[in-house]
Ligand binder design. Structure first.
Ligand SMILES: [Zn+2]
Length: 308
């Protein structure tokens, strides 16, 4: 599963956010639908697999577990054929209603602090956390704390992109208005901030140093089937911990490998998409700046654009 609840703070978190913590207690997470233990997997920075949560093999979700039900809804893929709005309205995690960034702190203490649970995970005195907590109790759509579940909903439920969505700093009140694919014909200046997306450029090496990571995208100008001037994302990660840097770099490099493999297999539908919220450079319109790792993610999938 992609999310679980912290037993102590009662906050639901995305598996990917674990990668921002320097210490993760494997025993401190539970299913947000039915409360069984969930074990974080692949969250360590050196892991090449994507982070997720798994139940113990000898345990099962409760019969009416919403978290389990959500996973099945996505697996069945009905949302890619028709609107499943009535289901999405009642399931908390599938189609987030908004983005709420939780201010977390990384563990920086000594090992003796590891038992001090207040430094282990999120600081739950934050007002926004309370918003998240109250939403957990209701059977309604809840906010997301990274853009990833929002982007997954965009891919998984193409017939329900008119569902409400609110993102601080972005104009628009639903998925259709908030997402924007970068142009494949020209380099242009975008007047409004959006969740922009493009597929990842496959054959270009990902360049980085201590201060900067550059992610090349396919959107932009191509001449004779070669990228001439294409968009790129520059991430100033000079203030990030080593763990956070390694994790994002791994994710992007893994995404690039996966995309090459798909292409080799002749898969022409699924691409590796990069979604992000960033600032377009004032002088070089082909460049976007992103500084927060919660505002960028890669997802493999087939993006459908239904005709209504
Ligand atoms: Zn469950």
């Amino acid at each position: 599963m992609d999310s679980a609840r912290d037993k102590l703070t009662k906050i639901i978190i995305e598996a990917e956010t674990l990668c921002q913590l320097d210490y993760v207690d494997p025993k401190s997470y539970e299913c947000w639908g039915c409360g069984i233990d969930m074990v974080p997997r692949s969250w360590k920075k050196e892991n090449k697999m994507r982070a997720n949560f798994a139940k113990h093999p000898n345990q099962s979700h409760a019969k009416d577990c919403d978290a389990d039900a959500e996973e099945k809804i996505v697996e069945q893929g009905l949302g890619k054929k028709q609107s499943i709005r009535s289901i999405l309205e009642k399931t908390p995690g599938l189609s987030p209603s908004s983005l709420v960034l939780i201010e977390h702190r990384e563990h920086i203490g000594t090992s003796s602090d590891l038992n001090n649970k207040t430094t282990r995970s999120f600081d739950n005195s934050d007002k926004q956390n309370k918003v998240l907590n109250t939403d957990v109790d209701k059977k309604s759509r809840r906010p997301a704390n990274t853009i990833r579940p929002i982007c997954r909903a965009f891919i998984n439920f193409p017939y329900d992109r008119n569902m409400s969505l609110s993102i601080p700093g972005i104009e628009g009140d639903n998925y259709i208005k908030i997402f924007k694919k970068l142009s494949h014909k020209k380099i242009e200046k975008y007047a409004e901030k959006k969740i922009f997306y493009s597929s990842l450029l496959l054959w270009e090496k990902i360049n980085y140093n201590d201060n900067l990571l550059i992610i090349p995208l396919t959107a932009g100008i191509w001449i004779n089937n070669k990228p001439d001037c294409t968009y790129k994302i520059k991430i100033d990660w000079s203030a990030w911990s080593k763990a956070k840097k390694t994790r994002l770099l791994n994710e992007i490099e893994l995404a690039q490998q996966d995309a090459r493999q798909l292409k080799k297999e002749g898969n022409t539908k699924e691409y590796t998409w990069i979604f992000f919220i960033g600032e377009q450079d004032k002088d070089n319109f082909d460049t976007f700046h992103v500084n927060d790792n919660r505002l960028i993610c890669s997802i493999i999938g087939h993006i459908i654009y239904p005709e209504f």
